[in-house]
Write a protein that binds this ligand. Structure first.
Ligand code: C2E
Ligand code: CA
Ligand code: CA
Length: 723
């Protein structure tokens, strides 16, 4: 908690450009060296116009006092934060607290000052308005004496009011529960006086990032709440929670201490999981305890009635940072095969996340999250390093060298030093650049053409190949390919499907291949699944093929065993549904004339009971031992994931529970085999119900209601907004 500020000061400036606190660095002459975004907002001066200028926010009448204060710091004294009027660019004054600290150079000498500033005008405003004794008395009843924030009583009123409003407007309401981590220890060791000052500072900081619609209060010792009303998107909740956590990244300068403290945040949402005020309060607190459990300095969202995919997204978003730190994201390799010789000429490296609860998570589920959180840069670097290391290792082991291609997100190209990063990785791993290919999607390149074209050019000059991915999904033209000079074009899977039956697709693929031949660009057909596609693509001289027909993406060792033979032959029969489960069945199954609409929820995850909302799935067949069903949600097959399915047959609700024992992907939907966990007695009654059902289906004497699917499967799963 009490860290040496000297160590961290060096990093502050780069880290806090986007801090919700105003952070300013001054040199020893009190000229501005650094001015972050929040300072811009708070005072009106832009970074460009203020850096190098004299510190502008001190009104003349205080200049002398400030000079003294800074001299004190230079002499090694610690200075407490002060409240005073501050000047804005437009000449107006705001009330602010200002916390100055020493700024050290590499030799631990004071080279200037770091200043954290909070706008507390809102507080002052309230206090100034209170003229009469009566008003003051009332203020005391509703406001916390120490921090000036609304107290528990006012919070409860406000929560009630916001809740009614959210109900009426059908808007989303979030309640955040904050509890400082280790406050008690700090309070006991440093004394209450310091503890109180710290709480006050925390209150100021929290209030500083409050938006017009937010409500911040102190509800007890070191407990604060924030109400976010009228939310448009759930993402806002994440943003605010992250902003709050960021508030605690800067130290609190209190008397002679630079204190570091963090907070744990629990969040409850109406109408997601909390449907009344009591639940909001209870669930927020529960989630806060969970955040503490998970290692503090975190936020947790309570989400029982969120549907599974939303819940999954939330947890993935929460866990991604940890996954990166613990290197739980790894690569699979899918061979790229020469269409004439069936030799393996390359491999595409595809990311996977091994998640403790959700099993193997696909990049489609986490790359966007990584892009939103900025983690994509770290992930991209880690994976590039892994791919290069692995490829070099294969070469050192004596396998025929192949090109490994790595997917890049557009955001990675927006990093100024991306070219250096790639170069450094190549140097560190010793991989010759000609064995690395970078895949970037067509749409991405088009949107940021000039910038990305330049970076691609630099990478190409280093000897790295560039592949345009998902070709055909954007609106590219011939001139475009000429300009970017990729070594490879990968025809998107959607054009390979239905070749050669679909005439249009076939024509497009043929045209791309011809064009590339002229431009001396390699063509890869992606997503080759059938021998018909294979035969045709060979016929039209597509150079390289990639797809399940040859191999799914596989782990390193498995890919290595393919390298031993150096070739990869088309497989037969791999894409048919897994029938092994059917053969192992102990019980009969009913073949349904149509799928049954059912609702699914998870009741237990990783050994812990959980509460979630229902998500619609389709039951394909059902028997007393198991159920086969289809869902658009990816779930792992593991015994500690317990699902409940609920459907309606012969006028009765039928509920079964079990765990997934096999999974299969068909047309972007997931098929699952659910092995039921059921007591023998209940199994008997289920058996008899299903027997009746079977008879009624056979005789087509269905007079009772069962929830058979009335639309097409595709319509059923077409995305629609669900709560
Ligand atoms: P992509 O670059 O188009 O990768 C090809 C995707 O098609 C892979 O999905 C691959 O497993 C799948 N695929 C290959 N052959 C077949 C086939 O015959 N049939 C079908 N149905 N699918 C096939 P995957 O691994 O789930 O990756 C999905 C997307 O996630 C990738 O699409 C890529 O855009 C992105 N991605 C994967 N790894 C990374 C990464 O390391 N960084 C970044 N930024 N994106 C990645
Ligand atoms: Ca790709
Ligand atoms: Ca692709």
């Amino acid at each position: 908690m009490l860290r040496d500020f000297k160590e961290t000061a060096q990093n502050l400036l780069t880290v806090f450009q986007n801090s919700p606190l105003a952070l300013i660095a001054l040199d020893s002459n009190m000229n501005v060296k650094y001015w972050n975004k929040t300072s811009e907002k708070m005072f009106g001066w832009k970074e460009e116009e203020i850096v190098g200028q004299a510190f502008p926010i001190i009104p003349d009448f205080e200049a002398e006092k400030f000079k003294k204060m800074f001299e004190g710091i230079m002499a090694g004294h610690s200075v407490p934060s002060i409240e005073a009027k501050r000047l804005r660019k437009d000449g107006t004054l705001i009330d602010a607290t200002i916390s100055p600290m020493p700024w050290y150079d590499n030799n631990q000498k004071v080279k200037g000052y770091l200043v954290i500033i909070n706008d507390i005008s809102n507080f002052k405003h309230i206090e100034d308005e209170l003229k009469t004794q009566e008003e003051k008395a009332e203020h005391m009843a509703y406001f916390d004496y120490l921090t000036g924030l609304p107290n528990r009583r006012l919070f409860e009123d406000e929560l009630r009011r916001n809740f009614e409003e959210a109900k009426q407007r059908q808007s989303v309401l979030a309640l955040m529960f904050l509890d400082l981590d280790g406050f008690k220890f700090l309070n006991d060791t440093l004394g209450h006086k310091i503890g109180d000052k710290l709480l006050k500072e925390v209150a100021f900081r929290l209030n500083g990032i409050r938006r017009a619609t937010d409500f911040v209060s102190r509800v007890g010792g070191d407990e604060f709440t924030v109400i976010l009303s009228n939310l448009k998107e759930l993402d806002e909740v994440h943003d605010v929670a992250q902003d709050i956590l960021k508030l605690f990244e800067l130290p609190f300068s209190i008397e002679n201490y630079e204190l570091f403290i963090t907070t744990s945040i629990g969040i409850s949402l109406y109408p997601y999981g909390s449907n009344n005020i009591q639940d909001l309060a209870k669930n927020g607190e529960l989630a806060m305890y969970r955040a503490k459990d998970e290692g503090k300095n975190k936020y947790q969202i309570f989400s029982p009635t969120m549907n599974i995919s939303t819940y999954k997204k939330f947890t993935l978003q929460n866990d991604l940072r940890k996954a990166v730190a613990e290197k739980n994201i790894f690569l699979l390799y899918q061979p790229r095969v020469d269409s004439k010789s069936n030799k393996i000429v390359g491999a595409e490296a595809l990311a996977r996340w091994k998640h403790p609860e959700w099993g193997i998570v696909s990049p489609e589920e986490f790359i966007t999250l990584a892009e939103e959180s900025g983690l994509i840069n770290t992930i991209g670097e880690q994976l590039l390093y892994e791919a290069c290391t692995q490829n070099k290792k294969w070469q050192d082991q004596g396998y025929n060298p192949i090109k490994v291609s790595v997917n890049f997100s557009a955001l990675q190209f927006l990093q100024a030093n991306i070219v250096d990063t790639v170069e450094n990785i190549l140097i560190a791993t010793g991989l010759d650049p000609k064995w690395l290919e970078i895949e970037i999607t067509e749409t991405v390149v088009m949107e940021n053409e000039a910038h990305i074209a330049l970076k691609l050019e630099q990478l190409r000059e280093m000897g790295i190949s560039i592949a345009i991915d998902d070709f055909g999904t954007g609106y590219s033209s011939l001139s475009y390919l000429k300009k970017l000079k990729p070594s490879t074009v990968k025809i998107d899977r959607s054009f390979i499907q239905q070749i050669p039956i679909d005439i249009e697709n076939t024509e497009i693929a043929t045209a791309v291949i011809k064009l590339s031949e002229k431009l001396k660009i390699d063509v890869v057909a992606e997503g080759v699944e059938t021998s018909e596609q294979y035969a045709y693509l060979r016929k039209i001289h597509c150079h390289e093929l990639q797809g399940y027909l040859f191999s799914k993406p596989v782990p390193t060792e498995e890919f290595e065993s393919m390298l031993k033979t150096g070739e990869c032959l088309p497989q037969t029969g791999v894409l048919t549904e897994d029938s092994s489960f059917d053969n192992r069945r102990e019980y009969f199954r009913i073949d349904l004339p149509r799928q049954l609409v059912a609702e699914m929820t998870i009741t237990s995850l990783g050994g812990k009971a959980v509460q979630m909302g229902m998500t619609k799935v389709l039951i394909e067949d059902i028997g007393p031992g198991g159920v086969r069903f289809t869902s658009n949600i990816k779930l792992p097959a593991r015994p500690d994931l317990i699902l409940k399915l609920k459907t309606y047959i012969l006028d009765q609700t039928l509920e079964v529970s079990g765990s997934i024992v096999w999974t299969n992907e068909v047309d972007n939907l997931q098929q699952y085999g659910l092995k039921l966990t059921i007591k023998d007695k209940l199994r008997d009654s289920l058996t008899s119900l299903l027997n009746q059902f079977q008879v009624s289906i056979r005789n087509k004497t269905i007079t009772s209601t069962s929830s058979f699917l009335a639309t097409s499967k595709r319509q059923f799963f077409s995305p629609k907004l669900e709560k």
